[in-house]
Design a protein around this ligand. Sequence first.
Ligand code: COI
Length: 357
Amino acid sequence: MGNTNQEQIKVQKTSKTKINDIDFENLVFGKDFSDHMFECDFKNGSWENPIIRPYGDLTISPSAKVFHYGQAVFEGMKAYKDDQGKVFLFRPDENQIRINKSSVRMAIPEFPKELFFEALNKLLNLDKDWVKPGIGNSLYIRPFVIATQPGVSASPSDEYKFMIILSPVNVYYTGDVKVEIAEHYSRAADGGAGAAKAAGNYGAQFYPTHLAKERGFDQVIWTDANEHKYMEEAGTMNLFFRINDTLITAPTSERILDGITRKSIIELAKRDGVQIEVRPIEVSELIEAAKDGSLKEIFGAGTAAVVSPVNAFGYKNVIYNLPPTASGFSAKFKKELTDIQYNRSEDTFGWRYEVVD
Ligand code: COI
């Protein structure tokens, strides 16, 4: 566990907000950032100098290890505003635990829980006008850690920077999503870092995803690296398959991210009496179900993507179209989740976390 010197978070406010320059009706996911950011450095074995300051560029040595060895992890969270103007987070304790798990996997010192929450609260209080009310609107929160020690020797850094930046967002996918099942490339393997939210896991997907995009798909469904036989995840989302009235999702493993939206949907399904199976699902089972009409829905689940229905998938040059899903499980769980997130329904699970002064 990384130590901290128990310092107060310093706050340097911006002299001029940028909020009036933002077109909140036409946001592009992750393009604009709020007025402030949080920064804290790991040096001499402890986290020090926690500061909130105006969002801006960093000065980092070109030999910093993050640039050469990709020693970096991140999280994705969202802040939601209800109709009374209260700001909420959704299960932030899960993100806090996960960023430290990812850090351990990448030989990065853990970030102290108390400081994580203090920083989040302070930063969100300062920039709470950037959280717009209304279902779909949110402030995407990106905590991340990068290795900042100069030097290109291939060994873990002695110095790191933990940061939180905030981006006003709306939808991640506009419209339904078309995915292609991977037959050659892999995202993760047993013993690898697939379960960590490590920067390189995402960068390594860009090329195969670009090839899939050229063939008309939005995303790749990754399959197991050994045989390409089992469905895994879609890179920015975990996946759910509805065969007749049973919902199926792959178990998490060393290869699959333990998604917070995923685990919340599993709990909602159990509560609602929806038959849910957490088990390996073979590509051949999916193809059979698509052919005999028992495959009713596929949807992705993630913080950025929320719940995104898949309208078609491709496998071995064949396109399988799915029936329209307006009243399906994806719509049901999206509503149940967002009602909790935006304080529109009772929070029986204790998932909401109110950001207070
Ligand atoms: C998230 O859902 O927060 C993610 O991490 C996806 C991101 C790569 C956009």
